[in-house]
Ligand binder design. Structure first.
Ligand code: CP
Length: 315
């Protein structure tokens, strides 16, 4: 495929291929093997219309580790602030001949729309509540490394499911890889039609965490709540926040995940987040660089093949 817009479009063998390549990039990211050149001669533009710490910086590092010329578009200082539309901004950048465009946008579907207008490869770095494919892929790599497999695991995704593109992408990917997924949280923070998603839904943490291999906690995404239900943080932590007592209900070797940014004392107790015996939160961040290297490498191969075929056709 030309673009990476969602995990929905990926088959299980494609997911495995990408994770295997990412695994090979872990050492390169740690610089225990020499610098890579898979993106040599290519230009990558990061275009983030929403805040980011992990995704933007890891895409930048991933591009640089593989030899790309990387440009971070400073959206806050751009002509977007003068009313220029997403599409006009994308067409303007497209005219500068980038090869890879990494885009985050607050509206679901905006990145897919943009991908139809440009000549380069587009990677979705998170669009509204829709998808965050590289997050689900880095979560999958983290799980596979910690558990030794990525199938037949019980994964509890807990918290604000309704507003979470991370939950949606993980649910799709983990389902494709034949895992048992449970969505756990208040009914008010479950998406509509959740019964049709092919997973279990629990309002109670004791039920949801029982025998889980993986406990994935999510932030309350107040910026997407549109003035709707916002629970009191104290009450929320009491019922749905992960602490030692609730984690004890999962399997003894369960791992704890969080995509970040975390709100300690709201959805997760800080001591659990920092406990290296169970928490893989920092591993998730590290795997983010390796997964983004692999994703851009595979897209660059497709792009080069497409351009080669076009040049041969014209010749
Ligand atoms: N997990 C994630 O997308 O984090 P950022 O918003 O910091 O990129």
């Amino acid at each position: 495929a030309r673009h990476l817009l969602g995990v929905e479009q990926l088959s299980p063998p494609e997911i495995t291929t990408l994770l295997d390549l990412a695994e090979s990039y872990v050492a390169l990211n740690r610089r225990t093997v020499k610098h890579g050149d898979a993106l040599e001669g290519l230009t990558q533009i990061n275009l983030f219309f929403e805040n980011s710490t992990r995704t933007q910086s890891s895409f930048e590092l991933a591009g640089k580790r593989l030899g790309a010329d990387v440009m971070n578009m400073a959206v806050a200082q751009s002509s977007v602030k003068k009313g220029e539309t997403l599409i006009d901004t994308a067409l303007t950048l497209n005219a500068m001949q980038p090869d890879l465009l990494v885009v985050r946008h607050p509206h679901s579907g905006a990145v897919n729309l943009l991908a139809e207008k440009v000549n380069c490869a587009v990677i979705n770095a998170g669009d509204g509540r829709h998808e965050h494919p590289t997050q689900a892929l880095l979560d999958a790599l983290t799980i596979r490394r910690a558990k030794g497999r990525l199938h037949r695991l019980t994964v509890a995704i807990c918290g604000d499911i309704a507003h979470s593109r991370v939950a949606r992408s993980n649910l799709i990917l983990l389902g494709k890889m034949e895992n048992r997924v449970r969505l756990v949280g208040p009914a008010t923070l479950m998406p509509s039609g959740v019964g049709e998603l092919g997973c279990e839904v629990c309002e109670d943490m004791a039920e949801g965490l029982k025998d889980a291999d993986v406990v994935m906690m999510l932030r309350l995404q107040k910026e997407r709540m549109d003035g709707g239900f916002i629970p009191s943080e104290r009450e929320y932590f009491h019922r749905w926040g992960l602490d030692a007592a609730k984690l004890a209900l999962a399997k003894p070797d369960a791992i704890v995940m969080h995509p970040g940014p975390m709100n300690r004392g709201v959805e997760i107790d800080g001591t659990i987040a920092d406990d290296i015996n169970c928490s893989v939160i920092q591993d998730q961040v590290e795997m983010g660089v390796a997964v983004r290297m692999a994703a851009m490498d595979l897209l660059a191969r497709n792009l080069r093949a497409e351009r080669g075929a076009k040049a041969a056709g014209e010749g």
